[in-house]
Design a protein around this ligand. Structure first.
Ligand SMILES: Nc1ncnc2c1ncn2[C@@H]1O[C@H](COP(=O)(O)OP(=O)(O)OP(=O)(O)O)[C@@H](O)[C@H]1O
Ligand SMILES: [Mg+2]
Length: 292
């Protein structure tokens, strides 16, 4: 998944644009224009749950969820849902970002994981999950985990002064598209590019110890040791975001931040010390004394 760091020493920052509607696209693009003009290499990766829900509603499709035995909730992506996901992300969210970037004078190229094999995934063939309250093995879910990123393609665009704007779906081993979580896609892209920072812009000002109270935002959130559950106040889409944050840090990304997508200068944590929550790996376990 890794590729040589780009020539010239410019640091790459990957920004996951989420926020379920809370993202301020104009402010984001204004800030992207400023940072790219100053020579920073930026890659945007976007989700779009709010737009997907809106489109599904317009088409009369009910979106469903899978709850894994460990409690992590993901999208149940049957063929119709994959169609809606692709139409919402590639047909609505991405064009909105590209036109706003263009208005701010930023040259950007929109890509899904299908373009030049940008995101290759291994499809989850049988998913053990609780569906509508019943434990089930789901076999028609079209989602997967990213196993390869075409980093050379992104480096080529960055070297040409272009901002890549990336989203699911990804390409599975059978040549068909699969859904892949956008937070984890952003982490995979950041690792593959050897990015110095990964910034998740979302609908909260960072990690909150009380999700109902924005004032409870943490400056730093230390992840629990691998295999241990997240604190009870972490829920919803934040659970998988912290999984993605861990993957990025373990993969060598120096700094991972979660910050407010509606802020006046949303990319502040891409080059400074917040505002937002910096995510850090657990302290290494103390080396135990060996008995004589
Ligand atoms: N402890 C917590 N701290 C902060 N946010 C939390 C916490 N627990 C749950 N959340 C919820 O998680 C949300 C972020 O995840 P969500 O999936 O909704 O957005 P996103 O990933 O930014 O956007 P998208 O899914 O559209 O890409 C927050 O807006 C908040 O509602
Ligand atoms: Mg999300």
């Amino acid at each position: 998944m890794s590729a040589p760091a780009p020539a010239g020493g410019a640091e790459t920052v990957v920004v996951k644009c989420g926020g379920s509607g809370a993202l301020d696209v104009q402010r984001l693009c204004e800030h992207v224009a400023e940072l790219t003009a100053a020579g920073r290499r930026l890659v945007l990766v976007h989700g779009g749950s709010a737009e997907m829900a809106r489109l599904a509603g317009q088409l009369g499709l009910t979106l469903r969820q899978l709850t894994a035995p460990d409690g992590v909730v993901t999208r149940y992506t049957d063929a119709a849902t994959l169609d809606v996901l692709t139409m919402a992300l590639a047909g609505r969210v991405k064009p909105a970002l590209l036109t706003a970037l263009d208005r701010h004078g930023v040259a950007a190229v929109g890509l899904t994981g299908l373009d030049a094999g940008l995101l290759r995934a291994r499809r989850k063939k049988a998913v053990r999950a609780v569906v509508d309250g019943r434990p089930t093995v789901v076999r028609d879910d079209r989602s997967g985990r990213i196993v390869e990123v075409n980093a050379a393609l992104l480096h080529g665009l960055l070297a040409a002064g272009v901002v890549p704007v990336v989203s699911p779906p990804a390409l599975a081993e059978d040549g068909e598209p699969v859904n892949t979580n956008a937070d984890r896609a952003a982490a995979a892209v950041a690792v593959a590019l050897r990015a110095s920072r990964l910034l998740f812009l979302t609908g909260a000002p960072g990690v909150l110890t009380d999700p109902a109270d924005p004032a409870s935002v943490l400056d730093t959130h230390r992840l629990p040791p691998a295999g241990e559950p997240a604190p009870p106040w972490v829920g919803g889409g934040m659970t998988i975001k912290l999984v993605a944050a861990r993957e990025a840090l373990v993969g060598g990304v120096e700094q991972v931040w979660i910050a407010d997508g509606g802020a006046a200068r949303p990319l502040a944590a891409a080059c400074g010390d917040g505002p937002g929550t910096r995510i850090v790996l657990p302290e290494p376990a103390p080396v135990g004394r060996t008995s004589p």
